[in-house]
Write a protein that binds this ligand. Structure first.
Ligand code: ATP
Ligand code: MG
Length: 564
């Protein structure tokens, strides 16, 4: 599957269809869409694409968008998922107002329509087993064979169907099938199953029903009942459109238009709910909202904002061809968003102690730091400075290569918002040879980070005063899967998990103000990345930080490479 490289969407083909429909007066110029999740899992970033599209089109054309739970399969559906789906849609910034519907509310209607099909000779009860039905269906190359039950009389069919409903038969003993054409080139038209027997308790209707409609039968009728104009779904339903149309036309009821678009596939992750559920069940992640999950609850916990996700959905656009979107684009979107809004702070993830030997032992200063250079309105704050500070381990090298502009023995760098310091000594452990601390001198004339004599330094590094630092746990995340692929080619079971997708650091040194940070607060740790206070494991005075993304933007690299 090709990698999608463009991230600028112009008017898409669905907008064109809708605009033509408005012009021609089809549906009296109305636009009414729906988002139809099945409550069998949490929403993921792929659903976000569908939500943005359906709710977005409705608002763009002064229309309406329904939320409809497509809950016709009692086996996998649960009330827990209903609440999470509602929460996630609202969080993304969309609202269904009073238009919340459940396909299960239409069970009686579906049944009546099925009876109508039987009475008109357009459906029959079939006793073939699922295996036999498959065999009789034929293949792309060979036509199917009529079921021996195809010619049952209307009366017999009506009787059997009502007894199916009453529970007289076991699962798989009988099904209701549409009577269409066993030699149709479209396999979906070879007498598809409309109803099956399932002796299961439904999370809403309980044991009222033991026959359940199939997706193909229930979906088009639900759309029709709700007066949907444009029923937007993903490409795999393209071959089902004929059946969608057949059901509505044969029943002679209001007929929305089905339009298919390419689903979102994202690199380095999986999006199949089955696979996501496996990850949760096997304990490979901590839950649906694990910050590495592509679920909306996972992304939210990680620190992704609704604005960034909506921007991402906008940029990927809507196409008719399947492709894989590089996760780097999603990361690019959150960086762009947070660059404008996130407060800058200093935090040292892997601390190395620095003693400033010529700084007075008991002196302390408050220095001015800018909260966000992109937004002067965010003002400044005071940060404490003292004789002993922490810097990042990898900002010091004993034996630096040529292009290393940070600290090394004999070299001078700027401490952000503070002073120039020069390294004069390295203290090591006698036995292991590990660097324990480094010693520097500072230039008191360079307070604030510039030198009156115009002397320049090549590097600026971040730091935190040791006496004032606040120790915190920081969690660094990487992609769940190492491979660039996605589950789109049906390979999700073969993709290997990235064992290093979570690294927990236990004693990071953060500037003291961060102790008060609250769940969901987002910061840029200067030079390090964007971080969010975890909304689950944090408590007042004990924030735990999730790294959202590093500052390095690999999407820009990808785009530049493309331009060359
Ligand atoms: P799965 O097959 O993993 O269970 P699904 O597509 O059946 O996922 P639904 O709850 O039925 O999940 O999806 C609700 C809506 O979201 C559908 O209209 C579906 O087309 C859309 N959707 C699901 N996944 C994606 C995706 N990756 N990209 C775009 N739209 C998607
Ligand atoms: Mg589905």
């Amino acid at each position: 599957m090709p990698l999608q490289l463009n991230d600028s969407s112009s008017a898409n083909f669905i907008q064109e269809i809708i605009e033509n429909d408005i012009k021609s007066g089809k549906y009296n110029g109305r636009v009414h869409t729906r988002f139809p999740p099945e409550p069998n899992g949490y929403l993921h970033i792929g659903h976000a694409k569908s939500i943005c599209l359906n709710f977005g089109l409705a608002s763009q054309y002064n229309g309406l968008c329904n939320l409809r739970f497509d809950d016709t399969n009692p086996v996998k559906e649960e009330a827990e998922y209903i609440d999470s789906i509602k929460t996630d849609i609202k969080w993304l910034g969309f609202d269904w107002d009073d238009r919340l519907f459940y396909a299960s509310d239409y069970f009686e209607k579906f049944y009546e329509y099925a009876v109508q099909l039987i009475m008109d000779g357009n459906a029959y009860v079939c006793d073939l087993t699922p295996d036999q039905i498959r065999q009789y269906r034929g293949t792309f190359k060979t036509p199917g064979k009529d079921s021996p039950f195809r010619s049952r009389s209307v009366d017999e069919n009506l009787d059997l169907f009502s007894r199916m409903k009453k529970g007289e038969f076991k699962n798989e003993e009988k099904v209701l099938r549409a009577k269409i054409d066993m030699s149709s080139p479209n396999l979906n038209m070879r007498d598809p199953v409309l109803y099956r027997i399932l002796h299961e308790t439904h999370y809403r209707t309980g044991d009222t029903w033991c026959i359940y409609p199939t997706y193909d039968f229930a979906h088009c009728i639900s759309d029709s009942i709700e007066g949907i104009t444009h029923s937007i779904c993903t490409l795999e339903f393209e071959d089902h459109r004929h059946l969608y149309d057949w059901v509505l036309d044969t029943l002679g009821i209001y007929h929305p238009q089905q339009i298919e678009f390419a689903r979102l596939n994202l690199s380095n992750t999986v999006m199949s709910k089955r696979r996501l559920l496996d990850l949760v069940k096997q304990g490979l992640v901590t839950g649906w909202d694990d910050p590495r999950m592509p679920t909306l609850s996972g992304l939210r916990r990680r620190g992704y904002t609704p604005e960034a996700i909506r921007d991402f959905c906008d940029r990927i656009g809507v196409a008719k061809r399947n492709s894989i979107v590089d996760v780097a684009l999603l990361e690019h979107c959150i960086r762009e968003n947070l660059n404008k809004t996130a407060m800058r702070v200093m935090g040292v993830l892997n601390p190395l102690k620095m003693v400033i030997v010529n700084y007075p032992d008991d002196k302390e200063e408050e220095l001015d730091a800018v909260n966000n250079p992109e937004d002067p309105a965010m003002g400044t704050r005071k940060i404490p400075f003292s004789k002993v500070i922490y810097i990042e381990k990898d900002d010091f090298l004993e034996d630096p290569p040529k292009k290393f502009f940070r600290l090394a023995l004999g070299r001078e760098v700027r401490l952000r918002y503070a002073y120039y310091v020069r390294c004069v000594d390295v203290i090591k452990d006698d036995t292991t040879g590990d660097i324990l601390e480094i010693h520097c001198t500072y230039d008191p004339e360079t307070r604030g980070g510039s030198s009156p004599d115009g002397r320049k330094v090549k590097g600026t590094i971040h730091w935190v005063s040791a006496a004032h630092a606040f120790d915190a746990e920081v969690r660094l995340y990487d992609h769940l899967f190492k491979e660039k692929g996605s589950d789109s080619d049906g390979k999700s079971d073969e993709m290997a998990l990235n064992k290093d997708s979570l690294i927990t650091l236990h004693s990071c040194k953060l500037e003291p103000g961060l102790k008060e940070a609250e769940k969901g607060d987002i910061f840029q740790f200067e030079r390090v990345g964007y971080f969010c206070v975890d909304n689950r494991v944090s408590s007042p005075g004990h924030p735990v930080f999730n790294r959202i993304v590093t500052l390095r933007d690999s999407w820009k690299k990808i785009k530049n490479r493309q331009r060359q």
